[in-house]
Design a protein around this ligand. Sequence first.
Ligand SMILES: [Zn+2]
Length: 231
Amino acid sequence: MVEECRRLGVKTIAHARGREAVLYSARAGVDVIFHAFEMDDEGLEEIVRKGCVISPALTFLVNTVEFTRPGDPCYQWRPNMNRGDVEVASRMLVKAREAGVPFMVGTDSGFAVTPYGEWHARELEIMVEHLGFAPAEALRATTSGNSGLLREGDAVGRVAAGALADLTVVAENPLEDISSLMRPENITYVYLGGEEVDLAPMPEVQRYSWEQSFRQWGEVYTRQRVAELAC
Ligand SMILES: [Zn+2]
């Protein structure tokens, strides 16, 4: 499949968590491996050899650990299990970073603990806090790193004449506080292809219960809801 994709000029991504899944994905030469939580040294060596990129997407696990509450159906088993997952994953992902593996930034959005439009920047915070990234390094992974996967190629992920001018302008310096990217009031302007995006709140949309991923949670944990619960 990977060979055929390459022949067609299409990138390949594998969602691989377990030791063997990571190893076989790397052997096959997949472009991006999502998670790689339980990779071992053999898998890491293969990743380095084949030049695979890793996208940890740890936000889902960390949010699960931090947001799940006693009333949620998965409270009895999921947070503790995922706490262990984060520890195991961090150990090897730190090693991968030190081995020079390029990282991309994804978030596993769409679950009740990772609703769309809410926690995307949290992955950067996690990379800084759990994986030893410098804020600038995490930002580079998000911009020029992620652009490597897109068909737009060099036109995105950099600020240069002739590029697409997809820009986010922030008030606070994310190099000093990477978490500032999660505060909506800190996002001053967003440009998409040089056009200013209207940042006024979107009208309420109807949500359905089946959007709540496996129904493991009783509600959707938006930034606002999590802030309310913390009070
Ligand atoms: Zn995933």
